[in-house]
Design a protein around this ligand. Structure first.
Ligand SMILES: Nc1ncnc2c1ncn2[C@@H]1O[C@H](COP(=O)(O)OP(=O)(O)OP(=O)(O)O)[C@@H](O)[C@H]1O
Length: 255
């Protein structure tokens, strides 16, 4: 059981013109894999994630999550955006429970367990305006986790946070992933984040978006950013990434 992504092509229509954005993306994730995705700006990373989430179904191909074809958004595919999208009028625990009844003892127990996992104990009754950006993002992750998703999709989840908070949340995410044994797909602009988190890294090229390289990361967790083996992987990924950037600009695309 796992996730099978087969996107033959994804086009967007822009001013009468058809633009091929994703071309022949074939990815297979085993249960518990953590795939990080990097690639030049505009290469289709978010589009890929939205397709897996069922938020975009206008493409040629199929996405199978644990044997079922994804045809619309659903609880099996948790999605975390860059901005947390919490309800400002609800407390932390209400945001996490959302449409589930907090008075139900089973829901209560689950909310308490997840709050502990995302390290928000003591903040259950706080409102989003009373907590930091990093904490809000942890609430968003908790809200997805409580629904027991088969895959968690994260689109630049820590992109808006400062470097210190970002590193802390990377460790929280690894802890969640190890405890829940959940399959993850995370898009990032940060090569370091991709190497620190992923069991595999997909490096995409642009125009059209293709998987240029799939790099398995055979480093144990927790990873040390300063170890020589970590630096070796980082260097290899950086070289591959630079090739895709170079090709993009050589072909006349600019910032
Ligand atoms: N709804 C849309 N309509 C038309 N074109 C779109 C739409 N969404 C995305 N695109 C185009 O598709 C391409 C891929 O966009 P996407 O947001 O998936 O890239 P990305 O790799 O996530 O970019 P970034 O790294 O800058 O966030 C871009 O050229 C973008 O302009």
């Amino acid at each position: 059981m796992g996730v099978k992504i087969s996107i033959q092509e994804k086009n967007f229509r822009i001013e009468q013109e058809r633009k091929l954005v994703l071309d022949d993306i074939q990815l297979t994730l085993n249960k518990g894999d953590f795939l990080t995705i990097i690639g030049p700006s505009g290469c289709g990373k978010s589009t890929l994630l939205k397709i897996v989430a069922g938020l975009d179904t206008d493409y040629r191909g199929a996405v199978i999550v644990n044997g079922r074809q994804v045809e619309k958004p659903g609880i099996a595919q948790g999605f975390i955006f860059q901005e947390h999208r919490l309800f400002p009028w609800m407390t932390v625990e209400q945001n996490i429970a959302a449409d589930l009844n907090l008075k139900d003892p089973e829901v209560r127990e689950k909310v308490d367990e997840i709050i502990e996992i995302v390290r928000l104990k003591g903040y259950e009754k706080a409102y989003p305006s009373e907590i930091s950006g990093g904490m809000s993002q942890r609430v968003a992750i908790a809200r997805a986790l409580i629904r027991d998703p088969e895959i968690l999709l994260l689109d630049e989840p820590f992109g808006a946070l400062d470097a210190f908070t970002r590193q802390h949340l990377q460790d929280v995410l690894i802890d969640i992933w190890q405890r829940k044994k959940i399959t993850m797909m995370l898009v990032t602009h940060d090569i370091d984040e991709a190497v620190y988190l992923g069991t595999h890294i997909a490096i995409l090229s642009a125009n059209p978006g293709r998987v240029e390289k799939l790099v398995p990361v055979e480093l144990s967790y927790p990873r040390s950013r300063t170890s020589p083996s970590y630096q070796d992987v980082r260097q290899r990924v950086l070289q591959e990434f630079e090739k895709t950037e170079y090709e993009k600009y050589r072909d006349g695309e600019g910032i």
